[in-house]
Design a protein around this ligand. Structure first.
Ligand SMILES: [Cu+2]
Length: 88
């Protein structure tokens, strides 16, 4: 393996681990959703903040994966704009 390739591999591994360390997951309680369109509405509202979002209608729960400069407060504030009662 060429030295250049080794350096590239190391850099890639570092970049990947930094990205992974920067990714957080939050579980939210969501009250007021009654059907699939409520789920869609919430997903749409949070699409800009959550890189991954799972919404559980019956469980009244949403699990959001986020990163970067996004905060849980931001996510909750944005989610509450849907009219559902969202809390930690
Ligand atoms: Cu609905």
């Amino acid at each position: 393996m060429k030295l250049q390739n080794i350096i590239c591999t190391v850099l890639l591994l570092c970049a990947t681990s930094v990205y992974a360390a920067d990714t957080k997951t939050v579980s939210l309680k969501v009250e007021g959703m009654t059907c699939e369109s409520c789920v869609k509405k919430l997903k749409k509202q949070l699409s800009g903040l959550c890189s991954e979002l799972q919404v559980f209608l019956k469980e009244e729960k949403a699990v959001c994966t986020y990163g970067g400069s996004v905060t849980t407060e931001q996510i909750i504030a944005e989610a509450n704009k849907t009219g559902f009662q969202v809390s930690l």
